[in-house]
Design a protein around this ligand. Structure first.
Ligand SMILES: Cc1cc2nc3c(=O)[nH]c(=O)nc-3n(C[C@H](O)[C@H](O)[C@H](O)COP(=O)(O)O)c2cc1C
Length: 443
């Protein structure tokens, strides 16, 4: 199996269960420069995961088939009956949930090498920076260490029509750090400042930065770095509240998000260990951050953004926070939709490739085979995430893993969907609280 699809565990260390705070909720909106983000939730950039198909899937497809079970988190004795409130509030929730009801305010690309981008030919660049109209507002993330190259790439991003350009200062991957990219730069604030200045001078679209707290506990720079960002005209910053040396271990230290928020007046996006709407509200309460960013939970529970939006809207309307939980049918519908989107995307790319490369049929064939392999690899990866906790999930996973191409995978899902083994059964697999992330995963 190719390295790209080697599964590596980036799981939560003994996840903390947060109770829903009495008051705090994720803000309904915030702004980054002239871009309004509503609601104030962001899909974290994830290499190997947040490509255009996944991003559109999160924005458009992660809806529920019907209002199913709801969580009455703040119910107090004497409060109106939950179901009645839900019926009354459904309209409020729908109205308050922008972005095609998905509840995800901003999506971001996977990180892209500035060096690579500036060297690529026009056609290849386009493929790297592919996005569709329904992805706005969308931010493109770059990594690199050379100010001029990063500035050039930021211009390319702006010319490609992205709403926001983001700089990655968090990636702990050795191959990125080795050339001073990602979290490697956290040890060199003067170089970061040169990069900030070069990119700021190069583009007029909003410019943001995503970083970790510092290299290690002896070298925490997040507050200083956020101030540097503000002083150099950046429009927002996002903190994954861990150090480079932490990797994904331990708990995200939200107190550092609070410290950054205290120190600057540009919007601060909090990131790290949000698994539920309760966690999201708890992060806002603990840090006063302007928005929350969600990574690993999104592939395992694509409804998380919608759930947060429902919670926010119902809390706003009635003081009681409630949200839907996906049914098994929702889960299967989601798997099928996502896989179909992957297959459709390959067909589109094939058509574009054929139009471009009639003269180089051989290389076109190789590219086509690679795209198919990549798509099937993604299906297998996502099947592992999506099918946990549902009846018969293991059997479906087995079938998917044995499939040779995208259509065979979809046929397996279709068959399963048409004859669900135990949709009404009480018997379910134990939900998988771990998330296997791609070997190519970064930060
Ligand atoms: C598979 C994977 C790939 C990632 N790739 C990126 C990336 O390209 N850029 C980045 O800034 N962060 C990347 N991250 C880090 C996430 O954006 C996020 O900061 C981190 O997962 C913590 O958030 P979470 O606890 O909500 O998952 C990646 C994380 C994972 C699991």
């Amino acid at each position: 199996m190719k390295k790209r699809y080697t599964l590596e565990q980036k799981k939560w260390d003994s996840p903390v269960e947060h109770a829903m705070p009495a008051q705090a909720r994720v803000p309904a909106s915030f702004t980054i420069g002239n871009v309004t983000i509503a609601p104030a939730t962001v899909l974290a950039p994830m290499a190997g995961v947040t490509d255009t198909v996944f991003r559109r899937f999160i924005k458009n497809a992660s809806q529920f088939t019907a209002a199913s079970t709801t969580t009455d988190v703040d119910a107090t004795p004497g409060a109106p009956h939950l179901e009645e409130m839900w019926a009354q509030d459904a309209t409020a929730v729908e109205q308050a949930t922008t972005n095609q009801q998905s509840g995800c305010g901003l999506i971001m690309t996977e990180f892209t090498s500035a060096d690579g981008l500036s060297r690529m030919r026009e056609t290849k660049r386009k493929r790297y920076l592919t996005y569709y109209d329904d992805e706005h507002p969308i931010s493109a993330q770059l990594f690199g260490s050379n100010p001029e190259t990063l500035a050039d790439s930021a211009r390319i991003v702006q010319d490609a029509g992205f709403d926001i350009v983001d700089l990655n200062l968090g990636c702990p991957a050795k191959r990125v750090v080795a050339c001073n990219g990602g979290s490697g730069l956290l040890k060199d604030l003067p170089q970061i400042e040169r990069i900030f200045k070069a990119i700021r001078a190069a583009v007029t679209i909003p410019f943001t930065v995503k970083f970790r707290m510092g290299w290690n506990d002896n070298h925490i720079v997040c507050v200083e770095l956020a101030k540097l960002a503000e002083d150099n005209g950046l429009n927002a910053c996002a903190l994954h509240a861990r150090t480079r040396e932490d990797g994904y271990t331990g708990q995200a230290r939200w107190e550092y998000i609070a410290a950054v928020k205290d120190a600057v007046s540009i919007p601060v996006i909090g990131n790290g260990d949000i698994r539920t709407p309760e966690d999201a509200a708890a992060m806002v309460e603990a840090t006063n951050c302007d928005a929350v960013m969600i990574g690993r939970t999104a592939p395992a529970n694509p409804w998380i953004f919608r759930q947060i939006a429902q919670y926010t809207a119902s809390k706003e309307a009635t003081g009681v926070g409630i949200y839907d939980h996906p049914t098994n049918e929702d889960r299967y519908r989601m798997i099928r939709t996502y896989f179909q989107m992957l297959v459709d995307e390959i067909a589109l790319e094939d058509a574009a490739e054929a139009a471009r490369a009639e003269a180089i049929i051989a290389s076109g064939q190789i590219a086509r085979e690679k795209r198919n392999r990549d798509a099937v690899g993604k299906m297998k990866q996502f099947a592992a995430w999506f099918t946990h906790g549902v009846p018969g999930g293991g059997a479906l996973r087995k079938q998917i893993f044995e499939s040779k191409n995208g259509n065979a995978v979809i046929a397996a899902v279709e068959q399963f969907f048409e004859n669900p083994p135990t949709f009404n059964s009480e018997e379910t697999e134990a939900p998988d609280t771990t998330l296997e992330a791609l070997g190519a995963g970064c930060d």
